[in-house]
Design a protein around this ligand. Structure first.
Ligand SMILES: *[C@@H]1O[C@H](CO)[C@@H](O)[C@H](O)[C@H]1NC(C)=O
Ligand SMILES: *[C@@H]1O[C@H](CO)[C@@H](O)[C@H](O)[C@H]1NC(C)=O
Ligand SMILES: *[C@@H]1O[C@H](CO)[C@@H](O)[C@H](O)[C@H]1NC(C)=O
Ligand SMILES: *[C@@H]1O[C@H](CO)[C@@H](O)[C@H](O)[C@H]1NC(C)=O
Ligand SMILES: *[C@@H]1O[C@H](CO)[C@@H](O)[C@H](O)[C@H]1NC(C)=O
Ligand SMILES: *[C@@H]1O[C@H](CO)[C@@H](O)[C@H](O)[C@H]1NC(C)=O
Ligand SMILES: *[C@@H]1O[C@H](CO)[C@@H](O)[C@H](O)[C@H]1NC(C)=O
Ligand SMILES: *[C@@H]1O[C@H](CO)[C@@H](O)[C@H](O)[C@H]1NC(C)=O
Ligand SMILES: *[C@@H]1O[C@H](CO)[C@@H](O)[C@H](O)[C@H]1NC(C)=O
Ligand SMILES: *[C@@H]1O[C@H](CO)[C@@H](O)[C@H](O)[C@H]1NC(C)=O
Ligand SMILES: *[C@@H]1O[C@H](CO)[C@@H](O)[C@H](O)[C@H]1NC(C)=O
Ligand SMILES: *[C@@H]1O[C@H](CO)[C@@H](O)[C@H](O)[C@H]1NC(C)=O
Length: 530
């Protein structure tokens, strides 16, 4: 794709690097170092930005607090927080419908301006009233961060919020927030009817701890095995046979975006002389759970091992007998209904008909289905404390100069999903035009990029204020849909007649932006189409 980019560019398009121009945040990935201006990276790979950088989010009245102890060896992420003794929120602009991964980092410390954070008791709610966390106590989190991970279905909105709601006479805090689009089709079946999911366990069975490329942490299963003598670690497998089958009877071929390959390269298998392997987990008896079991036969001859999977002693699925190849990674999802006990177990037991009496498991994820609702609190709004989600200000009188349309290119929200960038980045663009990026950027007519004002009016519902998705230094940006269905961002420039800037100056600036758009090439791209 890299070699295609240059000719395509020179034929048709102006490219816009949003992160350098800031007038609109298309990349819905947020990594926030709460209560701090500093950027910080975790060893797990995430880079968090300080709150000084306006980037499509805002927060309500609250306090930035800082650790007074500043012990060495603790990530700076966990030495600052945003805290308040009343409900507060972070609000995010979301530009693509989908399932988002949300991670909240909590780590208590003592601050001069507030209490020891370890006394905090609070809840976390989302904009749809879902209780992501209830009566959370930070008691045990002093210098030992707790990371809560959720999968949330979010539709395009300017105002997705996470509320932090303290118990009466307590307070709430948060040290870090991650919010980004999950890999495509991550939750393959709509088991949970778009309810939020809370990750409870994620195990690399028979292997070592792994942090994967989207910050998921896979732990060992050592502490969950009921009888260490029933199982042994399978020999490490170097090569895996990816994509050898699609989907069969609920078993789905896996790949690196579902789970990192090290999960499939290790496993637990039966010890000779035992009847099954069982793992125990503490769960909430008041919740349903989605279980995702990962398998890859790295222990037997292809097709020889067939075994049964049980949850709480109930048969759930026969595994095996599907492939003539060994080392094919796949997974199986199922829902476990409300159980009577808080102790939940998963077992595997050889199928009597199999030619090799063995069974194996490579990875296991247990996600709680969040169903609890609570009233969204009233939050005291305070403009002063809100980081504007956009850079720049709209100045002066409001006469229209001209309109710039930018085609959205979807499907590349997260940095890790670079393959998706390359396959989707060009598709929405018109296959006409001519000229080159070296020609005058303003000669839109010559480039075949002219779109009538009435079509733009209709695309944006006559510049409906509800469709504003961003504000630039000299105009609003509206969401719209052209007659041919293309989703576009429309930038409408305003004349500046105060603050010493004449309209000529505004036009010049607008022209400059278009010229800049035509010259920048970056993976966070949208194309100029009119
Ligand atoms: C913090 O990171 C952002 C990118 O996320 C960058 O634009 C900014 O310059 C960085 N700030 C500092 C102080 O390094
Ligand atoms: C995974 O990330 C956590 C948190 O950043 C870190 O403490 C841990 O050492 C990492 N583990 C591995 C195996 O990299
Ligand atoms: C975080 O920043 C480091 C250094 O700037 C970079 O090498 C790494 O790729 C970044 N990680 C992510 C997830 O963007
Ligand atoms: C906060 O209080 C807890 C006990 O409530 C204590 O264990 C912890 O050391 C205190 N943290 C600090 C940073 O003082
Ligand atoms: C949360 O704590 C409050 C007060 O301690 C209690 O009344 C309430 O029942 C608790 N809620 C849950 C769901 O445990
Ligand atoms: C805190 O940790 C102690 C010991 O590890 C444990 O017994 C206790 O239940 C924990 N409390 C909470 C609220 O998690
Ligand atoms: C990875 O597997 C998932 C689930 O089967 C699938 O939806 C996705 O398209 C696959 N991704 C790639 C890059 O093959
Ligand atoms: C299991 O034990 C039986 C009898 O001791 C033996 O014949 C068989 O080869 C063993 N199987 C494996 C896989 O070690
Ligand atoms: C697994 O083995 C244990 C002990 O041998 C037994 O109590 C349990 O019922 C077995 N579970 C299954 C699902 O076979
Ligand atoms: C799940 O449990 C609830 C309550 O125990 C019951 O009403 C419902 O029928 C169960 N659903 C399934 C699919 O077993
Ligand atoms: C394995 O599959 C073959 C053909 O698909 C079938 O004939 C055989 O009965 C299966 N074996 C078991 C134990 O299910
Ligand atoms: C959701 O929150 C709003 C605002 O507080 C409240 O009016 C509504 O009743 C809540 N809905 C549920 C189901 O809790």
């Amino acid at each position: 794709m890299e070699h295609l980019r240059i000719p395509l560019l020179s034929l048709l398009f102006f490219l816009l690097n949003l992160s350098s121009l800031h007038f609109l945040s298309l990349a819905d990935d947020y990594f926030i170092n709460c209560g701090s201006h500093d950027n910080v990276s975790l060893t797990a790979g995430q880079n968090f930005s300080g709150e000084s950088k306006p980037a499509g989010y805002s927060f309500s009245k609250s306090k930035a607090v800082k650790d007074i102890n500043q012990l060495p060896g603790i990530s700076p992420l966990y030495k600052t927080a945003r805290s308040f003794n009343k409900p507060f929120y972070y609000q995010f602009s979301i530009t693509e419908d989908g399932t988002y991964l949300v991670r909240l980092h909590f780590s208590a410390f003592s601050s001069s301006s507030s209490n020891n954070l370890s006394t905090a008791v609070f809840g976390v709610l989302d904009s749809k009233n879902f209780t992501l966390s209830n009566n959370f106590t930070a008691k045990n989190t002093t210098y030992s961060p707790v990371i809560k991970e959720f999968f949330l279905r979010i539709d395009i909105t300017d105002s997705f919020r996470l509320y932090f709601t303290p118990q009466p006479s307590s307070f709430a805090f948060v040290n870090g927030i991650e919010l980004f689009l999950a890999p495509a089709d991550f939750i393959t079946e709509n088991y949970a009817s778009n309810l939020p999911l809370h990750t409870i366990y994620r195990l690399n069975v028979g292997g070592s701890p792994v942090n994967d490329t989207i910050g998921r942490h896979w732990e060992t299963d050592d502490s969950h095995i009921s009888d260490q003598n029933s199982a042994k670690k399978a020999p490490f497998q170097n090569t895996l046979n990816l994509n050898y089958f699609g989907q069969r009877d609920g078993l789905v071929a896996s790949n690196e975006s579902v789970a990192p390959l090290p999960v499939y390269q290790t496993a637990r298998e039966m010890m000779n002389g035992t009847s099954n392997i069982t793992w125990f987990f503490r769960v909430s008896s008041k919740a349903r759970h989605i279980v995702r079991a990962h398998f890859c036969d790295i222990v037997g001859q292809p097709g020889n091992i067939i075994f049964n999977l049980y949850a709480n002693g109930n048969f759930r699925k026969e595994i095996g007998n599907f492939s003539q190849y060994s080392a094919v990674p796949f997974y199986y999802d199922f829902v476990v209904n409300y159980s009577e006990s808080e102790l939940f177990n998963i077992s595997i037991r050889p199928n009597n008909g199999a030619s090799e009496q063995n069974a194996f498991l490579n990875g296991l994820e247990i996600l709680e289905i969040v169903e609890g609702l609570a009233p969204i609190p009233n939050v005291k709004e305070s403009k002063k404390n809100v980081v504007a989600p956009v850079v720049g200000s709209v100045l002066g009188g409001l006469s229209l100069i001209c309109v710039l349309i930018v085609g959205f290119v979807f499907g590349f929200r997260h940095r890790k999903v670079e393959k998706r960038v390359e396959t989707s980045v060009w598709s929405p663009m018109p296959a006409n035009g001519g000229g080159s990026s070296h020609s005058s950027a303003l000669n839109l007519n010559y480039l075949g990029l002219k779109i009538s004002f009435s079509e733009i009016q209709s695309a944006t519902n006559n510049f409906d204020i509800k469709l504003v998705i961003g504000k630039g230094g000299f105009g609003n940006v509206y969401r719209g849909t052209l007659l041919n269905g293309t989703k576009v961002a429309v930038k409408r420039a305003y004349k500046r007649d105060e603050h010493g800037l004449g309209s000529g100056q505004g036009l010049l600036e607008f022209e400059t932006e278009i010229i800049v758009l035509s010259k920048i090439c970056h993976r966070h791209l949208v194309s100029l189409i009119g």
